[in-house]
Design a protein around this ligand. Sequence first.
Ligand SMILES: Cc1ncc(COP(=O)(O)O)c(C=O)c1O
Length: 394
Amino acid sequence: MPALQSLADRISLISESSTMKVAADADRLRREGVDVVDFSAGEPDFPTPENIKQAAIRAIQENFTKYTPVSGTVELKQAICDRHKSNYGTAYQAKECVVTVGGKHACFNLMQALVNPGDEVIIPVPYWVTYKDIVNYAGGKCVFVDTDEDAGFALTAAMVERNLSPRTRAIILNSPSNPSGAAFSRAELDRIVRLCKDRGVWVITDECYDRFLYYEEPYSLAAMPDVKETVIVAGSLSKTYAMTGWRLGFVLAPAPVIAGVNKLQSHTTSNPTSISQKAAIEALRGPQESVTAMLAEYRTRRDYVIERLRKIPGVKAQEPQGAFYAYPNVSAAYRNGISNSLQFAEKLLAEEHVAVVPGEAFGTNDHIRLSYATSMQELARGLDRLERFIIAHT
Ligand SMILES: Cc1ncc(COP(=O)(O)O)c(C=O)c1O
């Protein structure tokens, strides 16, 4: 019998998601009765809109509670394609769509379906924590590309080109970005997609925050002409419709990629929850005002957070162009027992009871991530404490 402690090698290729670990630490303190201000959560603080909830209740009452096709119902896949078309002018058909158990599942399945051991996957830094682990889990090699912080974490085609090799299989783009809130320049994105097309490299565009852009009109790389064989969309309803717990995401891609993802899904999760699928149809086909209202609220909070951060001595804060995260550079406070972002976050939680995610989870050591998907009152309380902490440590 194998020893109890002997796990498969591949499980050591990944580590626990640090964003979830911070949330768990904060939660533990809270249960001990500590007044914690939590800036770690990567989810909207708004409730799921009422019309979406009612659709789910109806699904239960009408006994829509059984298996559906593995890739989701045709009705939902069509609703996803129609919403994408009406938002961005794309022309996907239901057979080019698979519904997944959240956007994370979409990204995971794609890596499993596309990446061979030894293949390289380009990941701009800072990156969403999960990309690294799912590339590693597929046996791939992450090629990290630094962005230009002083230019708002900008990524250029030249930066990408320098890192391409004959083994490059894919690039993962996430604009607007978790954790920086950066939106890459459209002209550069166009160049990057063209470059990847020429070199036979997949472009995976993670559109998790696609509707939350503060200056530009939302767009999709999949809407560029003649890129259907290059661009793959990983989408999610989690943030757009405040549906994080419902676990609903999707992939839009050429039919052979969809077939690969579907095969994997047929032996793992099978279909996403039937009830969530009905709710998703209502989210996508019903009124979209809630999305606009959330964006307006995030904008107000972003302005407040950035203004406050920039007033703290030594803190450098780029203005987020989208999503709901600020990613300030706090390295000026790395002294007196703090020498990295992990220690900064741990001490901040221990001394001031403010939970943030250390930048090292996202590939940079000088930053912390603050989610402003929380009330203005909590933002004010937490920023007061953060300010006091930084002043005390510098
Ligand atoms: C960049 C990015 N992609 C994908 C996801 C996945 O979200 P979900 O699995 O809840 O749809 C997240 C969630 O935090 C994210 O930040």
